[in-house]
Ligand binder design. Structure first.
Ligand code: KG4
Ligand code: ZN
Length: 348
């Protein structure tokens, strides 16, 4: 039996819609996905403006849904399940996806399923050419979260450690801002770092030797600020590139060392890296090298599925369904969960 799942993502500044098909037992197949990023709109404000985000999701989501249906050659009525991001994220933005999903579900008389955004990220490598197998350690590194999880199956997540203040993506974004780079800062900082010397500035590696698997990035941002202030007048291009490279090296070193500790602590030989920061080239290079030396396999989502997208939401819904870990609902009174710890998800 095959099931066609429409996935809608609208938790932050990307509107994503996708169609995924499952056939008994097999890994779900991505039929089509479409994305609209609001980066250009928010750039003028130096960060995401929640109200503008919600309004833009409203404008984009239906044309994107029409686009994926056309690309996949599927009729609206062929959809078996409508999945949407229920949280965590911006409340108003989440409501747009949830509202459309429930309206569609009600009109088509098909069930709906609210998906955890981080579960979407976590499972997104299953859409890659080299999908992982359970169990694995997951390093979730996005703009809002930095977590190490033990993943034993769909819905079976144990939190091993997380950031006690800023997320890794936030550390990239805030440091980038201090260096006068645009929003979102992560990719811009990574690009500038290519021209810099990562050993030029000694920056802290917070909690590196804390003995647990928690992270802290707030102090790093302060150290970058202190260093940036030392530049007399405006920093020269080389100073900025050196500070960008040193910042990236500090964030990446902490992420790599803590991931290795989590692998050691669990005895697992498989690591999945997900979330926007997972697109970072240095992080990938260093994780690949360190894990290869330890006989650990590392899995990433396809590069274009690292940041927010609808494919991961459709996929997570499809995998939950296959695993019997979710009950789709035919009650179309939706709620969203702007704050929602991932380890609250329990398998049915
Ligand atoms: O997962 P994501 O798209 O959205 C959230 O759920 O937060 O992650 C966005 C974060 C931003 O902080 C962005 O700066 C960061 O991922 N990011 C990167 C790179 N690409 C995206 N950080 C470092 N290097 C990159 N190449
Ligand atoms: Zn995300």
């Amino acid at each position: 039996m095959s099931t066609l799942v429409l996935g809608i993502e609208s938790s932050c500044d990307e509107t994503g819609v996708a169609l995924v098909r499952t056939r008994d037992g097999g890994v779900p197949e991505l039929l089509a996905h479409a994305l609209h990023t609001q980066v250009a709109m928010h750039a003028a404000y130096g960060g995401v403006v929640p109200e503008l985000a919600s309004r833009d999701h409203i404008r984009r989501v239906i044309p994107l849904a029409e686009q994926v249906l056309a690309e996949a050659g599927q009729a609206l009525t062929a959809i078996d399940l409508v999945a949407y991001t229920r949280g965590p994220g911006l409340a108003g933005a989440l409501l747009v996806g949830a509202g459309l999903a429930c309206a569609l579900g009600a009109a088509l008389e098909k069930p709906v399923l609210g998906v955890h955004h981080l579960e979407g990220h976590l499972l997104s490598p299953f859409l890659s050419a080299d999908p992982p197998e359970f169990p694995f350690v997951a390093l979730l590194v996005s703009g809002g979260h930095t977590q190490l999880m033990r993943v034993d199956g769909v819905g079976r997540y144990t939190l091993l450690g997380e950031t006690i203040d800023d997320a890794a993506g936030e550390a990239f974004d805030k440091s980038a801002k201090l260096l006068g780079l645009g929003y979102p800062g992560g990719p811009a900082l990574a690009r500038l770092a290519e021209f810099g010397d990562a050993t030029a500035y000694k920056l802290p590696r917070p909690l590196l030797h804390s003995g647990d698997l928690d992270f802290s990035f707030a102090g790093l941002k302060t150290a970058v600020l202190t260093q940036a202030r030392r530049f007399e007048g405006a920093p020269c291009d080389q100073q900025r590139a050196d500070l960008a490279a040193s910042t990236q090296a500090a964030i990446v070193e902490v992420l790599v060392k803590k991931s290795l500790k989590a692998l050691e602590a669990t005895g697992l030989k498989r690591l999945v890296v997900a979330g926007g920061v997972g697109a970072n080239r240095l992080l990938r290079e260093q994780l690949d090298a360190a894990c290869a030396r330890r006989g650990v396999r590392v899995h990433y989502p396809e590069l274009h599925l690292c940041t927010d997208n609808g494919a991961m939401i459709a996929l997570a819904a499809a995998m939950r369904l296959q695993a019997g870990a979710a009950e789709p609902s035919e009650v179309y009174a939706f709620d969203v969960k702007p704050r929602w710890p991932l380890d609250e998800l329990a398998a049915a």
